[in-house]
Design a protein around this ligand. Structure first.
Ligand code: CMP
Length: 136
């Protein structure tokens, strides 16, 4: 039975800066994701703080928000069956050192902060995150 889902993906500043946008999009397409919506933007630190509010008590919160707002990012809505878990699998572990071969973070991630991509961690958060960037 099909289980079509959408999830939010962000190509982070470290990857945009190294011109990896197209290579990363090709990895998504190769795995069967459709890119339904996309835009390249730079956000304010205050917007990053709202986006990452779930992490506000974490010691890395300030650096994380400063980083996400430090340069252009590409935000995308990805769609396919089981898109949320499929995207997490394709991204690999948060820390590129722990990420499996063939994943985006293994291939392109530099560090736990500069880990090249963000993806929604649940169906519920995917809806919230898509609405955050693409409310029409
Ligand atoms: P992301 O999937 O965008 O979600 C939150 C981000 O916080 C995560 O990727 C990492 O880039 C960053 N981060 C920095 N330090 C940590 C940490 N110790 N644990 C988890 N995430 C971290």
């Amino acid at each position: 039975m099909s289980n079509l889902e959408q999830t939010l993906s962000i190509i982070k500043p470290d990857a945009v800066e190294r011109n990896l946008e197209n290579e990363i999009k090709e990895m998504f397409k190769h795995k069967g994701f459709s890119i339904i919506k996309e835009k390249k933007i730079q956000i304010e630190k205050s917007e990053a703080e709202r986006f990452y509010k779930v992490h506000e008590t974490k010691p890395f919160y300030n650096d994380l928000c400063a980083y996400l707002s430090s340069g252009p990012i590409v935000v995308m809505v990805l769609e396919k069956d089981n898109a949320v878990s499929g995207n997490r699998e394709l991204m690999g572990a948060t820390n590129p050192n722990d990420a499996a071969e063939g994943t985006i973070r293994k291939k392109f991630g530099i560090s736990i902060d500069k880990n090249s991509v963000h993806g929604s961690d649940s169906i519920e958060n995917a809806k919230i995150e898509i609405n955050f960037f693409f409310k029409d």
